[in-house]
Design a protein around this ligand. Structure first.
Ligand SMILES: [Zn+2]
Length: 328
């Protein structure tokens, strides 16, 4: 599905000034006019593990239980009702068992179908799910949701910054936001950013554009704490980028390193209404993260060919070799 870029009833100038204003509950449209569904699936899966994540490993919240989850209390502050579907969440593990995924997805899609017609969908995802016998499971979930709700429904999502994106994910969504802290202390703020965007766009009849710059680097979470430099200033620049007119969200994802699949890579994603500005910012962020990765790699570990990394040029290997000799 291709990106759909259009402004229904607003000129770019009107849109920019509308976005610059804080939206006020109850303005513009009747409170019951828009119908929004929310739910999704959250897990990060190491593809190197033999352990399978099964149904009993997920905490599944449905219907009213999901609506009452304190994490989603901000949804009750919007002028439009957010209807709960299903949220399945598990701690990090191995690949998800295929029949577990299929059952959760089928129930989720049925619940979404029962709510049609919908004007908006919010998907609280993680972005590093791997399912037995499937590539890009997050893409499968999100694309399947798009098929059910149709092309005119606006879809937003929130991701962990250790999530990996893909063409399917970007083409299926209209907007997204990712955590800006590691360790993650901004989960609720991220969910709120993702939903604020959706409500603003519904309120002003806007369909935003996303610019995605995949960055050909991968860093483990242990090397990308936003508490320390160089990640601190890279992620620290996002609120400033986000504040520019024509920008709805600025996100930078490290990607998920413990997954051997093609989409595993870092990403810069800009959402908004000014494609040229979004492109410039996305490329700038991408370059920053690529350079940061080089810096981190040079500081802490040997890089190069496999042979070079494994031979005695590696100080650690030399150390191991010396201690072997001592104990021999
Ligand atoms: Zn994470």
């Amino acid at each position: 599905m291709r990106r759909r870029t259009f402004l229904k009833n607003a000129t770019v100038a009107a849109l920019t000034s509308a976005l610059a204003r804080t939206w006020v509950t109850g303005t513009g449209r009747a409170a019951e006019a828009e119908r929004i569904a929310f739910g999704g699936i959250q897990i990060e899966c190491s593809t190197y593990s033999n352990i399978r994540a099964r149904m009993e490993d997920f905490r599944v919240e449905r219907g009213q239980e999901l609506a009452d989850d304190p994490f989603f209390r901000h949804l009750k502050t919007y002028p439009y009702p957010f209807h709960p579907t299903l949220l399945a969440a598990a701690v990090p593990g191995g690949p998800v068992e295929r029949k577990t995924y299929d059952a959760l997805k089928a129930e989720f899609l049925q619940r979404v179908t029962d709510l049609l017609p919908l004007d908006g969908v919010y998907l609280p995802m993680h972005g590093a799910m791997f399912v037995e016998g499937m590539q890009d499971a997050d893409g499968d979930w999100i694309e399947s949701t798009r098929r059910v709700v149709g092309k005119d429904c606006l879809m937003t999502a929130s991701f962990d910054l250790h999530g990996s994106l893909s063409r399917r994910i970007i083409d299926s969504l209209d907007m997204l936001s990712a955590f800006r802290t590691a360790p993650h202390i901004d989960r609720e703020q991220t969910a709120q950013r993702a939903c604020d965007m959706l409500v603003r766009c519904l309120d002003h009849k806007i369909r935003p554009t996303m610019v995605w710059a995949p960055i050909p680097v991968l860093m483990p979470g242990e090397r990308s704490s936003t508490v320390y430099e160089p990640a601190k200033h890279l992620w620290g620049q996002l609120p400033g980028l986000n504040a520019a007119p024509g920008v709805l969200d600025a996100s930078l994802l490290v990607g998920y390193v413990w997954a051997d699949e093609p989409r595993a890579t870092a990403s810069a994603v800009m959402t908004g209404t000014d494609p040229e500005l979004l492109k410039k910012d996305a490329l700038g962020q991408g370059l920053g993260q690529k350079n940061q990765s080089r810096e981190v790699a040079n500081w802490h570990s040997n890089t190069g060919t496999r042979a070079k990394s494994l031979n005695l040029e590696c100080p650690r290997a030399r150390l191991r070799s010396a201690s072997k000799k001592l104990s021999a």
